[in-house]
Write a protein that binds this ligand. Structure first.
Ligand SMILES: [Zn+2]
Length: 58
């Protein structure tokens, strides 16, 4: 995973600062706008999270 973009909204690290997350021994990136969803509305990010998870094992 070389392109650092928010797993939730897809913003690139060249556009916004992104924060590195660890998830299931892989790395994910999230932008500040999406962090509140990750904290307070896990259901909203759940779908994009599982989508990101699919790319772990390819
Ligand atoms: Zn985002």
């Amino acid at each position: 995973m070389e392109d650092k973009k928010c797993f939730s909204c897809g913003k690139m690290e060249s556009d916004v600062p992104v924060i590195n997350l660890k998830y299931k021994q892989n790395e994910l990136w999230i932008c500040p706008q999406c962090i509140p969803n990750l904290i307070h509305n896990p259901d909203i990010v759940k779908e994009s999270l599982s989508k990101a998870e699919e790319s772990f094992n390819v």
